[in-house]
Write a protein that binds this ligand. Structure first.
Ligand code: NAD
Length: 720
């Protein structure tokens, strides 16, 4: 496969996939890195330069001024749903840099900030929670003139989170600009374009303090946005259009589900269950959980403006308008739900698919036509922010252009009004090319060494296929040294296999075996197809299938405080990507005991504590990045690989591993994993592949797994 040129994107940065690295070497990539849209270069740059593109302390100086005259961040509407969450998020992250957060609201506003305190204690403990609260200065004002005291804090950045009313917001900015002319203003608006507001946008995908994603609208990359990234948040560059990307999907899904409910007279809570199975989220419950009054208004407002800009595809119907006014929740109280359950018939299920998929795909075509974001970002927004099981672009890619056209056609037959809004079937015509083929996995190289990046937290068949393409591409380019890593952006951790992929395997052993064999064979390519391969582990944690994947590299280099875990025993499932024998082939007898403990206890271990038996080198981020790159440049001279035993190795006895005794299902799951370890280790490496796959597949169809978390998640999703 040749390297590809991707079309220009909403980033305003129409990059070809060729360029130069920091050292002036020619760099080629399968597609542009998503970091590029934020002005942060590429992942290859991070390794070849031996450091991250920006540092939080330097950016804090740029954004808030030097230490001796540090300014403040102001969050207005601080007591509201979004404001309160963001006050906590920023106060905790800016505390180490001495940047106070001014929480501004009207007198008499609900005390949203105080309500967040319990969550803060849970996350940080009482002492740090108190320190964070000390970093929050709460000010009231009348909404028309700013409090005099504000000047003392030299505000440098305003995050505006006041109600979604255009004129109110504009007047608010005028007030701030008058008093603080140089202040950088971000709006958290769900739907008003930057061109209407006259300020940049940082739209948090959900209001809570734990949500890290922000859709960013700005003309060019700013230090403010780069600071979000440096503070561990996830800014994503999107184009300046009504409702950005997330709310087109999030509000669009509610719109489509409402249409289905009306068409078939299905109650909302019932439709929710089917949509959960088909797409991933429960649109109605999500509104109730956020707070129906506020959420109904925001969704209605987004749809209303989208309808004005694009047409009747988005027009909220009268029933929704009534609910927006009343703020009534979508779910009835539990005691009003009928005890007698019923299911949709085949025709109704078909209608649901046509309406929900058809509407979403038509909306997606508009977002694609406008190039609102690069494709991996657009796809990730659905998964990370709207709980789509598969990103909408990955879904479209699986369907293919013909099926998409059929589904949109079927939707238009049921809702002819939607055909009055343009749709762009042509946007789905080139799905076998360019960035379309690499939504989750990218590869770059400088002519000597390559970097493969994973942008999805969990492994599934899409990631597997893309990883194979990335390996093929690098080999085709004559690259035989590679680093496998998370993407430093969309995937802040690598959590393991996507358990949704296992649902069919609960009742079909062959499917379980297929998954295990296919994914393991891909992982083995990292061992067999390259002269040097380094699994680079960073971020919050790396677990399960993702850790097994990484283990297949010749060496594992990790950031010292990243957590590593094999939590399968707690689900329970059996590791399916060779975790039961592969790492044992590289460890000594003591190391093998520790590996067995890792597998049988399911508890995380810090990378620094796994050095020598699982990890080859652990250090600070910069040290780890440099070490990984040295292996690319010097092979064994930089880091000697541990020898790999191809023949049988002696598995430790579970009794020797020093495990605390347990009972019940956990005991049984431990025994099943220990059996798999013993048999797979006892086989030569070429046979161990099938030994492990058979154990893993057989366990998944057994009653222990069925009664565990995987089985109950499946039931929750499939039973109505
Ligand atoms: N709620 C969500 O899920 C969500 C998600 C993303 C973005 N947003 C956006 O966040 C913004 C706020 O929404 P919300 O749901 O938090 O609303 P909210 O009603 O919960 O909060 C608004 C807050 O602003 C205060 N306020 C009103 N006028 C003010 C003024 N002139 N100056 C200072 N404070 C003022 C109110 O007292 C209230 O505390 C909206 O633009 C919305 O589109 C909301």
């Amino acid at each position: 496969m040749a390297s590809v040129t991707t079309p220009s994107t909403a980033t305003g940065d129409p990059r070809s996939t060729q360029g130069n690295s920091a050292n002036g070497e020619a760099v080629r990539a399968m597609r542009p890195s998503t970091l590029g849209a934020l002005g942060l270069g590429s992942v290859l740059d991070i390794f070849s330069k031996g450091r991250l593109p920006v540092r939080a302390d330097e950016l804090v100086d740029q954004v808030f001024g030097p230490k001796e005259e540090r300014g403040a961040m102001v969050i207005s509407g601080a007591c509201g749903v979004v404001g309160a969450g963001k006050v906590m998020q920023f106060a905790s992250r800016l505390l180490p840099y001495g940047v106070p957060v001014i929480a501004l609201d009207l007198p008499g506003a609900n005390d949203g900030v105080q309500q967040q305190f319990d969550g803060l204690v849970k996350s940080f403990g009482k002492e740090t929670a108190n320190a964070i609260m000390n970093n929050v200065i709460r000010l009231n004002y009348d909404g028309t003139s700013l409090p005099k005291e504000l000047e003392r804090y030299k505000p440098k950045l305003l995050l505006e989170a006041i109600p979604e009313k255009l004129e109110l917001k504009k007047a608010h900015y005028a007030l701030f600009r008058e008093t603080f002319p140089g202040i950088h203003i971000w709006s958290v608006t769900s739907g008003f374009p930057s061109a209407q507001l006259g300020v940049d946008i940082a739209h948090p995908s959900f209001p809570h303090q734990i949500n890290k994603v922000f859709e960013i609208v700005e003309a060019r990359p700013t230090p403010q946005t780069q600071l979000l990234w440096a503070l561990g948040l996830v800014p994503m560059k999107v184009g300046d259009h009504w409702s950005f990307v997330l709310d087109v999907f999030f509000c669009g899904l509610l719109q489509a589900t409402l249409q289905f409910c009306r068409h078939t007279n299905t109650p909302y809570w019932k439709a929710d269950k089917y949509v959960r199975r088909l797409i991933g989220p429960n649109p109605f419950r999500a509104h109730d959980v956020i707070g129906a009054k506020g959420a109904n208004y925001l969704t209605w407002s987004c749809l209303h403006h989208l309808a004005e800009a694009y047409g009747p595809l988005f027009t909220p119907d009268e029933a929704f308008t009534a609910r927006m006014r009343s703020g009534q929740a979508w779910y009835p109280p539990d005691h009003f739900r009928p005890l007698v359950n019923w299911s949709l018939d085949a025709e109704q299920e078909q209608a649901l698919e046509a309406i929900v998929e058809g509407a979403l795909l038509q909306m997606t075509s508009i977002v694609l036509h406008e190039q609102r974001a690069d494709l991996p970002t657009m796809n990730a927004i659905g998964e990370l922010c709207a709980q789509f099981s598969n990103g909408i672009l990955a879904r479209a890619r699986r369907m293919g252009p013909e099926r998409i056209a059929q589904q949109v056609g079927a939707y238009h037959r049921l809702f002819p009004a939607a055909a009055g809004t343009t749709w762009y079937p042509g946007t789905f015509m080139n799905m076998a090319e360019g960035a379309w083929t690499q939504l989750y996995v990218n590869a770059e190289h400088n002519g000597k060494a390559g970097v493969i990046t994973i942008s999805r937290e969990s492994y599934n068949d899409d990631v597997d296929a893309e990883l194979n393409r990335a390996i093929d591409w690098l080999l085709g380019q004559g690259i035989h040294r590679v680093i496998l890593t998370g993407d430093f952006h969309l995937a802040t951790q690598l959590v393991g296999a996507d358990t949704l992929a296992f649902h069919p395997a609960l009742s079909d052993e062959r499917e379980g075996e297929r998954i295990s064999l296919a994914w393991s064979r891909t992982a083995r390519r990292l061992h067999h197809d390259f002269r040097a391969s380094v699994g680079f582990i960073h971020g919050k944690r790396c677990m399960g299938g993702m850790l097994e994947l990484m283990m297949h590299c010749h060496q594992l280099v990790a950031v010292e405080d990243t957590l590593l875990a094999m939590p399968e025993v707690t689900i329970p499932v059996l590791p399916g990507m060779e975790g039961c024998h592969w790492p044992f082939r590289k460890a000594d007898a003591e190391g093998r005991k520790k590996l067995l403990r890792l597998l049988l206890e399911g508890r995380p271990v810090k990378a620094a504590d796994a050095t020598g038996w699982l990890v080859d080198h652990a250090g600070t981020l910069e040290d780890a990045v440099r070490t990984a790159w040295q292996v690319m440049e010097q092979d064994a001279a930089a880091l000697k690989p541990r020898p790999f035993a191809e023949g049988p190795v002696k598995a430790p006895d579970a009794a020797e591993a020093g495990l605390a005794p347990v009972d019940g299902p956990l005991k049984e799951a431990r025994a099943a994993i220990a059996r798999c370890v013993a048999e797979a280790c006892n086989a030569p490496v070429e046979l161990a592949l099938t030994v492990q796959a058979r154990h893993s597949a057989a366990f998944m169809t057994g009653s222990l797994c069925r009664k565990g978390r995987l089985g109950s998640d499946y039931d929750k999703m499939m039973k109505h």
